[in-house]
Design a protein around this ligand. Sequence first.
Ligand SMILES: *Cc1c(COP(=O)(O)O)cnc(C)c1O
Length: 480
Amino acid sequence: MSDAPYVLAPNKEAKAAFKSMVDRASEIVLASTADNKAYSGLTPYVLREKIRELGFFPDHGIGFDEIMDKVESEIAPSMLKTWSTLYMPHLHSPALLESIATSLIINAFNDSMDSWDQGPAATEIETLVIEGLLELFGFDKAKGDGVFTSGGSQSNISALTAARDSYAKERLYWDVKKNGLPPSYDKLVLYTSEISHFSMEKGAHMLGLGYKAVRKLPIDDKARVDIAAFKSMVESDIKAGYLPFLAVATIGTTDFGSIDDIAAMREICDKYGMHLHADAAYGSGAILSSLYKERLGDLSLADSITVDFHKMFLLPISCSAILVKKKEDLECFELHADYLNREEDEEDGFVNLVGKSLQTTRPFDALKVFVSFQMRGRDGYGKIIDKVIENASYFYSLLTKDRVFYAPVSPELSSVVFALEKSDDVNKAVRRELLEEGIVIGQTVYKNRVMLKFTLLNPALTHSEIDSLLLHIKALGNKL
Ligand SMILES: *Cc1c(COP(=O)(O)O)cnc(C)c1O
């Protein structure tokens, strides 16, 4: 049994216990930074054995010190070190230092975003941040709206829901919220790149439309939606009686960071009365870069935008938002409950953000954005983004100078997809070998070839580290 104080309170015991627990936790984190390995290299079987030995739930508690010792010796060493410059497989970033401290504040208070009385300052900060983001992305803050979400997937699914409901309302005179799917639901289709994020299919399934409603558009040699193919697919679908309600432009595809031509997609959407969503989960960070911002295109042409702060913005998981050009588009999530968000309170200024969200209880993620934006400013944040994009183009330029490598798509953001010319098996083996050494890189497929991937989100990565990684991969390739 452990008699540690339970919760924060204005007494010495609680304060001392809190402080020493937080100190111990920082100690464990700092001890983990001893080397630059991203991973211990243990195989899944060995790690599983070690973890199972810890047991689950003892009859008698072992106390804070003892469990922390176990975390330090058995768990932390095989946790993934996102801050390592040798970690680059996914759009999974290290956390800015101040945002880790901010997370402590968020968790200590444990405010919730559903109703004003569960997070008064939190509600006001999120509102302020959302207004600022609307301006940053070029939306009119008086007409638009937005809400924080659990991630790009939820942001996308929220956008799909809003698009379906508003199409049904405006074009089919049908209220999906009250009546469920319209009679012609099996004709509804949406268009997105064949390399778009799988939350499109997941969303289509959850919306009752199924994967079959997701029309996959072919890509060009820069891994962007082929606009001519998009146009002709919409036209032939309309002829065949389908109801195109939405197109999704990917602003930074998950593998390549390629950016669809949003202006060209807008034109087609306008012509056929479709919504346009910009999935900028990855690319949104580049809005802060004065050097590379133009690469995104004009995101304000979209009806809604997904922004992930736990990717290029380097904020801890999870932190994401959905922005909409017209406030009404988030009304699909509005519903009042006597126990939570009474309309009479809202009339008196007690804003309840639950009315815009799929979630009910929800953390105060907006504070992470607020603190890092204030602390670093546009110039400081812009530098972070510039550095990772510049690193990607440096790495790409090295690859194109060496015939051992194949690198088909020039990077717009911070990801580079490449392969050793040798064979698929060699590329797979190189990645596994690196993992054992604690160097974690990505793997994907392009035109039926196994590819390796660097997703460069860590601004601390230097050119000389990139040089030696490249040499190392080349050497492994020669050996295998
Ligand atoms: C990462 C990503 C998503 C999903 O975001 P999560 O935050 O992981 O849910 C959606 N779209 C794109 C293009 C992404 O890269």
